[in-house]
Ligand binder design. Structure first.
Ligand code: GDP
Length: 357
């Protein structure tokens, strides 16, 4: 019978040599784990790879990494603080990443070193991230004077905030003098970001009502500048009109204790228009608040907030990681479910059982 011709038939060919060198023995990974001094030395010599590794250490939920991370942070602290910390918020779609790309490149062009961090509450709920997409900020991420770090995943919002504070310290010690902290303008996360930045920038859209943008009055009140993005093409007129409206709206808010009058402005992130002006506004703010002492006063107040957060976190962490507590909790939860005891009594019993021994 004639042989069936098909591309699926195996045709005899020339024997190929093995593609892997048979004499090659896989070398065991011999890289020594970095110790605290290695991390600190690396960070202080502006080594970005070590900075990234140190941030990973800080973000780790492994208890073994915790003390090491704290030691690194403690040694970096005296070298931190020499930056302008800017919070940037706005609803999804307002143009935050486009703005940060354009703004970041403007800053590196002026000789600054820019770190971009993000606090994204969506990554806690859905494990997906609105802000963490790596494809964003294509040009800025390739800029050697910029460093972009997405939100750490798998943490509560409070956890993310704590890590972002610590990451800020590491970035500053590594020579970054502008820290941009991005968040989605939809709720709680703005208050957290406000508590860790010097200047708070709210990006808005013209034409969409405030309600539509989901921007709460409280967030507008926190803003040091309110910038209407996408002021280009047909939208330019609307944006200019919105600027005038916001300008008068901002006047209705009580004056800031630091003497700064929040500014309304427009920009087009995509066209790079008005981006330089946003930096000028921030510089004016920094000059004013540094000369009247409010810059450092605000930082001092933020240290107090950090202190309280840390005490809160440590108490909770110690309490819930205690085995006696864990056992007692599961026992009490069962009793609550079986309606043997009210949740109030159960809570009180738990605390008493631990603290009144
Ligand atoms: P984010 O969700 O706030 O980070 O917003 P993006 O930066 O992803 O931008 C959302 C959309 O708006 C994208 O399609 C951008 O190209 C567009 N966009 C951003 N900035 C501008 C701008 O200044 N003008 C115009 N016309 N479009 C913009």
């Amino acid at each position: 019978m004639e042989e069936y011709q098909s591309a699926l038939n195996v045709q005899e060919g020339i024997e190929q040599p093995v593609s892997v060198n048979p004499y090659f023995k896989r070398k065991k990974a011999t890289r020594r784990a970095l110790d605290v001094d290695d991390f600190v030395r690396g960070i202080l010599s502006h080594d970005r790879v070590i900075l990234s590794q140190a941030i990973t250490l800080v973000e780790s939920t492994n208890p073994e990494h915790f003390e090491k991370a704290q030691a690194v942070i403690e040694q970096c602290l005296p070298h931190s603080g020499n930056s302008v910390r800017v919070g940037i918020t706005g609803v999804p779609g307002v143009g935050k990443s486009t703005f940060i790309e354009s703004f970041g490149l403007h800053l590196t062009g002026l000789g600054h070193k820019v770190a971009v961090l993000a606090i994204d509450p969506s990554s806690e709920r859905s494990k997906g991230s609105i802000l963490g997409d790596k494809t964003r900020m294509e040009y800025l991420s390739a800029d050697p004077n910029a460093f972009i770090r997405p939100t750490p995943s798998g943490l509560t919002l409070g956890g993310v905030a704590r890590k972002t504070r610590e990451t800020t310290i590491l970035c500053e010690a590594a020579g970054f003098d502008v820290i941009l902290i991005e968040t989605v303008g939809v709720g709680q996360s703005e208050t957290i970001v406000k508590s860790m930045v010097d200047f708070f920038l709210l990006l808005m859209l013209a034409g969409a009502g405030d309600d539509l943008q989901g921007i709460k009055r409280g967030i507008m009140e926190m803003a040091d500048a309110l910038v209407i993005n996408k002021a280009d093409g047909d939208n330019l007129g609307k944006a200019t009109a919105a600027k005038a409206q916001y300008k008068s709206a901002l006047k209705l808010f009580p004056p800031n204790a630091n003497g700064w009058e929040p500014i309304a402005d427009i920009c087009s992130a995509i066209n790079n228009d008005g981006i330089d002006n946003v930096w000028n506004i921030i510089c004016q703010f920094v000059n004013l608040t540094k000369s009247n002492g409010c810059f450092l006063k605000q930082r001092d107040e933020q240290l107090v907030t950090t202190f309280h957060d840390w005490v809160d976190f440590t108490i909770k962490n110690n309490f819930y990681s205690n085995n006696a507590v864990k056992n007692k909790i599961s026992e009490l939860i069962q009793s609550v479910k079986d309606k043997k005891i009210s949740p109030y009594q159960a809570g009180t019993q738990l605390i008493k059982s631990i603290y009144q021994k």
